[in-house]
Design a protein around this ligand. Sequence first.
Ligand SMILES: Nc1nc2c(c(=O)[nH]1)N[C@H]1C(S)=C(S)[C@@H](COP(=O)(O)OP(=O)(O)OC[C@H]3O[C@@H](n4cnc5c(N)ncnc54)[C@H](O)[C@@H]3O)O[C@H]1N2
Ligand code: MOO
Length: 403
Amino acid sequence: MALLPVEEALRRIVDGVPPRPAERVPLDDALDRVLAEDIAARRTQPPWDTSAMDGYAVRAADVATVPTTLRVIGAAPAGHPFEGTVGAGEAVRIFTGAPLPDGANAIVIQEDTERAGDEVTVLESSGIGRFVRKRGLDFAEGDVLLSAGRRADPRAIALAAAMNHADLSVHGRPKVAILSTGDELALPGSDPGPEKIIASNGFGLAAIVRRAGGIPVDLGIAADDRESLAGAVAKARKSGADVLVTLGGASVGEHDIVQDVLVAEGLSLDFWKIAMRPGKPLMFGMFGASRFLGLPGNPVSAMITARLFLVPLIHALCGLRETQSGETNARLGADLGENDQRQDYLRAMSSIDPDGTLVVTPFGRQDSSMLATLARADALIIRPPFAPAATAGETCRALLMDF
Ligand SMILES: Nc1nc2c(c(=O)[nH]1)N[C@H]1C(S)=C(S)[C@@H](COP(=O)(O)OP(=O)(O)OC[C@H]3O[C@@H](n4cnc5c(N)ncnc54)[C@H](O)[C@@H]3O)O[C@H]1N2
Ligand code: MOO
């Protein structure tokens, strides 16, 4: 059976996703939220011509020939403009960030002067505009400097503050309900019998959700029976989550009943099974107003499919417009055999060659149960379906691990 290509699966998941409604938050709470509107400067910065240095505001013509001695007629610390005018043969003591007084058109830095009482001797000349920041050097009132859809990173927050905004309109954070499934699962820190497996996926997923800008809602662990799953699904409905993620029970065994139960509860399934390794049994559909992603239970499959499909979905719900795939060209560090119909994501270690090239070397064992390997890996080598055998040194595509 032909499996759905990865790119097509992603397109179906993220296309047409409406961002969460906007809300206003103080600057201090805006970090990593996504701007819901363009932000224009409420003032011009700097609002006047200012000194870029501590020194003396002078007329450039007066210091064309040095040394020369000028009369100091006042001072202009930052925040306290000098109200008068600098005339011929005069200077005003000035400090970094203070407005340039009328009449002056240059700054002489303090180190190039000798002060004696109300006279200053200038030892180095200074041209027109020297050490002067012109009004509006950074931005002018009305300039739109931050666009809707941008993440409020620290630089954006600093700029928004400088533009005189105390709060920002940002999109709401999507809620992602996470349900682990499996009779064999026990919580970390419990005293599990040898037949048990520690339920790690939910924790990894919640961390991915938080990093991506969502709010994880833990629905716990459902057993592999219809009643338990239906009960958990009822909780999911109540949670009002934007996305419901199930973990495990996605494959073909008779205990893999997630899809059956959800369809009986109203899931409209869009697709099941994609051309990807790890992650083949991925499911996607609409569950009422929520988007549903059924991730495979194998721990590495769950983490990688979450990175490739859930993260872009959360970004879309957050209103993020400029997303980066994280993919780059690299040089293969080992030979690889030919690939089958599934796009492969091989766990790999990256290094930089002496010539500056990024090299990615896959681990020998690629089993999708191996979290220790995933944690050591810092890149995934992407092998398209039916890629021919490749030798070390060839160019390949790699996804740098950002989660
Ligand atoms: N006959 C076939 N068998 C399998 C196929 C197939 O196509 N035909 N696909 C394989 C692939 S690929 C994957 S991936 C897995 C996915 O299986 P499920 O999604 O049904 O996952 P489970 O069977 O529930 O669990 C698999 C594995 O992962 C462990 N697990 C489950 N949940 C967690 C959790 N929350 N934390 C940690 N570990 C978890 C579970 O104990 C199992 O060991 O199916 C293959 N089989
Ligand atoms: O797709 Mo499964 O995720 O290969 O192990």
